[in-house]
Design a protein around this ligand. Structure first.
Ligand SMILES: Cc1cc2nc3c(=O)[nH]c(=O)nc-3n(C[C@H](O)[C@H](O)[C@H](O)COP(=O)(O)O)c2cc1C
Length: 200
C-alpha cells in the first residue's frame, strides 16, 4: 500500500514538473534575408524596446542558434562533435534549458532572473538573455568549448540581422552568481551571455 502511494506521488510530481516546461512551435527553417544581406546588417545593438518576442520567433531563433539540421547534428559545428554547450533561455517567467531535440524549453529556475545575467543597463529590460554554458566533462577541451560557443552566438547575431532584431554578446558577466542561480555543477562553466530583443 505504502509503495503504491509513493508511486502515485512520484507520478504526480513528475507530471507537475513537466507541466511547467514550454513546448515550442515547430521552427520555420526557410526564408529570411539573403546571407550576404544579413552579414551586411550584423551589428551589436545595446538599446532595446520592450516589445516581446513571439513564440514562433523564439522557436526560429533557438533553432538557428543551436537546433538540429540532421539526425544528430546541429546547425553549428562542434569540436569532435561533443556538442557540449547548453543553451539557457532567461525570460521574464524563468530560466529554461533549450531542448533542441524535443523542441521545448525545460524549466530550471522560476522567476525573473534577467537582471542577474549582467549589469549593463539594457539587460534587465530586454525580453531575452541567452546563457552559453559549457559542460567540461563533455568538451574536448576548454578552448574548443569557447570556440563552439562562438559559432552559436554568431548564428544568433545573423538571425537577428535577418529579422531586424537586436543583439549583443556579453563576456562581462558575473559567472559565479549565474553559476549559483542555475545550480550548475563544478564541471559546468558559464562562458558568455547574449541579449536579444528589438531595437529601440
Ligand atoms: C567575446 C565577446 C565579449 C563581449 N562582451 C561584451 C560585453 O560584455 N558587453 C558589451 O556591451 N559588448 C560586448 N561585446 C560586443 C563587442 O563590444 C562588439 O562586438 C564590438 O564592439 C564590435 O561591434 P559590432 O559587434 O557591432 O561589430 C563582446 C563581444 C565579444 C566577441
Amino acid at each position: 500500500m505504502n509503495r503504491l502511494f509513493l508511486l502515485i506521488i512520484c507520478v504526480l510530481c513528475s507530471a507537475a514538473a513537466s507541466a511547467q516546461d514550454i513546448p515550442l512551435p515547430e521552427p520555420v527553417r526557410t526564408g529570411g534575408m539573403p546571407l550576404m544581406d544579413a552579414l551586411s546588417n550584423r551589428r551589436t545593438i545595446r538599446a532595446y524596446s520592450d516589445k516581446a518576442i513571439e513564440p514562433q520567433t523564439l522557436a526560429n531563433l533557438l533553432w538557428a542558434a543551436y537546433g538540429f539540421n540532421r539526425e544528430d547534428k546541429r546547425v553549428v559545428p562542434s569540436s569532435q562533435d561533443r556538442q557540449e554547450i547548453d543553451l539557457y533561455v532567461v525570460v521574464k517567467e524563468g530560466v529554461y534549458l533549450y531542448d533542441a531535440k524535443a523542441n521545448k524549453l525545460l524549466l530550471r529556475v522560476k522567476g525573473d532572473h534577467r537582471k542577474d545575467t549582467g549589469s549593463q543597463d539594457f539587460v534587465a529590460g530586454a525580453p531575452l538573455n541567452l546563457l552559453f554554458v559549457a559542460n567540461l566533462d563533455k568538451a574536448s577541451n576548454h578552448d574548443a568549448a569557447c570556440t563552439d560557443c562562438g559559432f552559436i552566438s554568431q548564428n544568433v547575431y545573423l538571425f537577428c540581422a535577418s529579422e531586424k532584431m537586436a543583439s549583443v554578446v556579453r563576456g562581462g558577466i558575473n559567472k559565479v552568481n549565474i553559476h549559483k542561480i542555475l545550480q550548475l555543477t563544478d564541471k559546468q562553466e558559464v562562458l558568455l551571455a547574449q541579449t536579444v530583443g528589438f531595437p529601440q
